[in-house]
Every structure is written in structure tokens, then in C-alpha cells.
Design a protein around this ligand. Sequence first.
Ligand SMILES: [Zn+2]
Length: 49
Amino acid sequence: MAKKNRGKGLWNLESRGRGTCPICKTTRVKVLYDTVTENGTVKVCKKCK
Ligand SMILES: [Zn+2]
């Protein structure tokens, strides 16, 4: 689990871990962090974690 959101492991992810954060709407950020919302679990950026 250490550093799971860093390094080469990201390259296996969809869009290499980058996308649009559903909360702050920032595009091309790394969207790596699971957060539970009323709509279920979503991936958000580091700032919105
Ligand atoms: Zn965000």
C-alpha cells in the first residue's frame, strides 16, 4: 500500500491516473483518492481528499 499513488504504478490506471476531479472540476489532475459521498465512492484529487 505504500506510495500506491506514485510512480510507475499509475501508468496502469485509466488515463494514467489523470482526469477531472468531480468536486473542484480541475482537469488533468491526478484523480487518485477514494472519497465516499452520498452518491457513492468517487475518485477525487489530492486537494479534495
Ligand atoms: Zn478536486
